[in-house]
Design a protein around this ligand. Sequence first.
Ligand SMILES: *Cc1c(COP(=O)(O)O)cnc(C)c1O
Length: 219
Amino acid sequence: MGIRENVRAILEELPEGVILEAAIKQRTVEEILEAIEAGVEVVGDNYVQEMEAKSRVIGERVRWHFIGRLQRNKVKRLAKFADMVETVDSLGLAEEINRRCASLGKVMPVLIEVNSGREPQKAGVLPENTEELVREIAKFPNIKVSGLMTMGPLVGNPEDSRPYFVETRKIFEELRSLQIPNVEMRYLSMGMTGSYKVAIEEGANIVRIGTKIFGERMG
Ligand SMILES: *Cc1c(COP(=O)(O)O)cnc(C)c1O
């Protein structure tokens, strides 16, 4: 099957209201355009430079989400063309995004990345610290907290991801019920090729899919 068929098959089975985000790291402009022509409206990339180059060519036909580890010295570049940053996990990073967006006269929607597996080497804020971080970031005028994102530990069996998605959903609902000013708990970004069906069952409304659209990555 080709990219087009893969995208159509996924879109057909996604429930209403769930956004397909194509994870485009290491993919070519041609491959990404094929996915867009088949109906992809959101792409997510992990690398600022590559993403910038692709966005220069592809432009506003699609929305550009950042889903990688973001270094502060790359924020200035990213702020110019990103439509959302899904991987905000510290006050310092948020501060830099706010500063750069302020000088562009732009408000950046962000998701807070939760380290739902509590893995020491992994990005993301710990579940118990999420509310405090959200409250702090909510004070920045050029950032709009718009939901949560999680990766969860790498597991073989998709079922094993479920507890991490359940935990992130719980935090999402709790934060929503708190009605913190300048915080909108709208997007819950969870699930990849192996786990997106389980993620949707547990409340995800953005699923980030690479392999199932484009095939295995090289290297
Ligand atoms: C690569 C990547 C994905 C997609 O992974 P696949 O298993 O190829 O679907 C999703 N989220 C993030 C953050 C990624 O880096």
